[in-house]
Design a protein around this ligand. Sequence first.
Ligand code: ARG
Length: 464
Amino acid sequence: MNIAQSTTWSQRFETALHPLIAEFNASIGFDIELLEYDLTGSQAHAAMLAHVGILTEPERDQIQQGLETIRQEYRQGQFNPGIAEEDVHFAVEHRLIELIGDIGKKLHTARSRNDQVGTDIRLYLRDQIQQIRQQLRQLQRVLLTLADQHIETLIPGYTHLQRAQPLSLAHHLLAYFEMAQRDWCRLGDVLGRVNISPLGCGALAGTTFPIDRQYTAQQLGFEQIYANSLDGVSDRDFAIEFAGAASLIMVHLSRLSEEIIFWASEEFGFVTLKDSCATGSSIMPQKKNPDVPELVRGKTGRVFGHLQGLLTLMKGLPLAYNKDLQEDKEALFDTVKTVRGCLSAMTILLAEGLEFRPQRLAAAVAEDFSNATDVADYLAAKGVPFREAYNLVGKVVKTSLAANKLLKDLTLDEWQALHPAFAADIYAAIAPRQVVAARNSAGGTGFDQVRQALQQAHQTVAAD
Ligand code: ARG
């Protein structure tokens, strides 16, 4: 049927695969993404085989050069294996044999596709995690730039999506900085468990050859080797952990997206979307739609789905390798692509796609009862037990609402009729800026705290 099948399988097989089964079985359509990692892994394996005397040095050199030729062919778009090759590992081996002849047949000594594919996906993920961490840093830098500009810009703070207490907008933005910081650390943690070499675990039980697993691990930059060959070829915990960390990144991006979407609505009006990051409607000429955050919010589901998919993939697998494991790849590739795309889009949106509207924000914080806690705190500071003060202010809010007034509109006589502890300084105490400034407890929104947090955040991103 094809060269791949007639040459790959041992003489045990008499007939070729049914064409539809060949297609069903093949992973080359997607695992070609691993090609360069596969080549690098094979080059290290060949080096090790020579190091322990299984290959001669000239054989090693020929194999390594052949693999390098495949890399160049691929980069120039000239290496396009099809279904007949089944997967990227066979595709490389066949091409190598085509290029260098029989010596190429020695490469697979003391190795199985099981430890080979495990090596490839770990090298791939290690690379991607490093890049995602850099993207998180870029997002953090953009958040910091915005926060620097908006220390004194006030924004309503919400609980239950009800106006609660006003905030420094920088404080609000820094909350997302912190989430991104946890994501960055979490990925660093996952990296430690990705960066372990399964190479040399063989099909499942190790190998009869006197290989040196530390040698390949070192060549490939792995920190450790798997201690148990069965575990080495069948472990995908690291992939699930990665999908978990990716899911949390998406949770954070999706929450920010949700806020941007309602901030951009007519009802909130806290931000304007710039033309470079918004789209129109095909029928309603007045519309400007927040497609970017909507897509980020929407794509979150597929990453969660991949996490669920990977967990389910693993839950019933007996040791060691099972072909089910071929299903890990598309989940990982799509997770990486989705998270990276969303991080880039969100970073661009924040850097140049939206503008806060200070007047709308200032008006929003001035026209509500989000200073009510401060009235209670004012009385409590003068010795009135807090619960008593709280009840009294609740009453004031009720009567003010009925009279269509805000707290700032009450006269001093009205205040003093409520409680003799009120004095003229109540007006300053409940002005939005003062309400924010006064929350100077550690980690609070008070401007001094926010300035300190900003300084700390700048140090964090400068540190690596
Ligand atoms: N394409 C396979 C995968 O992605 C490679 C390993 C195949 N191993 C095997 N024993 N059939 O998992």
